[in-house]
Design a protein around this ligand. Structure first.
Ligand SMILES: Cc1cc2nc3c(=O)[nH]c(=O)nc-3n(C[C@H](O)[C@H](O)[C@H](O)COP(=O)(O)OP(=O)(O)OC[C@H]3O[C@@H](n4cnc5c(N)ncnc54)[C@H](O)[C@@H]3O)c2cc1C
Ligand code: FES
Length: 260
């Protein structure tokens, strides 16, 4: 697919918000899915060769948004893309979050894990759910879009490792105190955090879905570079994170194979 950049806004030194116009994509995309984006904006080069996976952070009208963090060459090149540039991507890809109506939900985001959680929060709110968001980052620079998130949640709890924004400490601490009050839990963020969230949820017997940011090369199920292991009954099965995921039942993921 090809879309046109409407804005590529710097949120702070690490994070950007990229808004792309593409009618075809917004018709097809579902909450939790991702795209593989071509970060080359100069046609005469083929570096970086591989497209980069990014979660869909919001859809409004004929536009969709991505929130991305500068990590390496691909995301740096993306940050240089100008308004009105045409950008190509493979999409929509991967599995989706289970959507519920009128339930009490807890959403957890760690750092850039906020991207798919933002759209999920908005969708659940529109479906009449109570949406409590626990959002943790290392420092105040790692928690973005707080004003927007206040509007799409009933209760927003921010934590940072150094206390520079919100409560000092881990995002799992305030969540753990309230876990019994929810019907469903969703999370996206670092693998250690997703494992901890899943274990807390399982201890309270609350269903939990996690979105895993495995390293991906093709994003299309062909290279088998994104395999994780999942329990199904007595069996342990291989799953491709890009096709059967990125959203998985957190109680079934074999975390030792993910958190290496
Ligand atoms: C399903 C999914 C959704 C994602 N959503 C977002 C998002 O919404 N916002 C965001 O900022 N980041 C997201 N990521 C992580 C993002 O893809 C990487 O940060 C990005 O690919 C880094 O590319 P780079 O060229 O800047 O860095 P480089 O370090 O140069 O990347 C080199 C290679 O490693 C891969 N890679 C590096 N880090 C990661 C990572 N954490 N996860 C997966 N692949 C990685 C790249 O795709 C590339 O093939 C997501 C990852 C996955 C799998
Ligand atoms: S990234 Fe190639 S199979 Fe998943």
């Amino acid at each position: 697919m090809v879309g046109k950049i409407v804005r590529n806004q710097k949120l702070n030194d690490k994070y950007y918000l990229l808004e792309i116009k593409c009618e075809e994509f917004v018709r097809e995309a579902k909450v939790g899915q991702f795209i593989m984006i071509n970060t080359r904006h100069q046609d005469y080069t083929n570096d970086p060769l591989l497209r980069r996976p990014l979660g869909v952070a919001n859809i409004e009208g004929d536009k969709f948004s991505l929130v991305y963090m500068i990590v390496g060459k691909g995301t740096r090149l993306l940050s240089e893309c100008q308004k009105d540039t045409e950008i190509s991507f493979s999409a929509p890809l991967g599995s989706t979050f289970t959507l519920l109506r009128k339930k009490r939900t807890a959403l957890l985001a760690g750092g850039i894990g906020i991207a798919p959680v933002y759209w999920l929060a908005k969708t659940l709110k529109e479906a009449g759910c109570v949406v409590d968001l626990y959002y943790g980052g290392r420092t105040m620079d790692d928690v973005v879009l707080l004003e927007e998130l206040k509007e799409t949640t009933d209760h927003l709890v921010v934590t940072t490792d150094d206390g520079s924004a919100g409560i000092k400490g881990l995002v799992t601490d305030p969540f753990g105190e309230n876990v019994n009050s929810y019907d469903q839990i969703y999370a996206c963020g670092p693998k250690g955090m997703l494992r901890a969230v899943s274990e807390i949820a399982m201890g309270a017997d609350v269903p939990v879905e996690v979105s895993l940011d495995e390293r991906m090369a093709c994003g299309l199920g062909a290279c088998l570079g994104c395999i994780i292991y999942v329990k199904e009954g007595d069996e342990t099965l291989q799953k491709r994170c890009c096709v059967e995921g990125p959203v998985f039942d957190g109680s079934k993921v074999v975390w030792d194979t993910v958190c290496k």
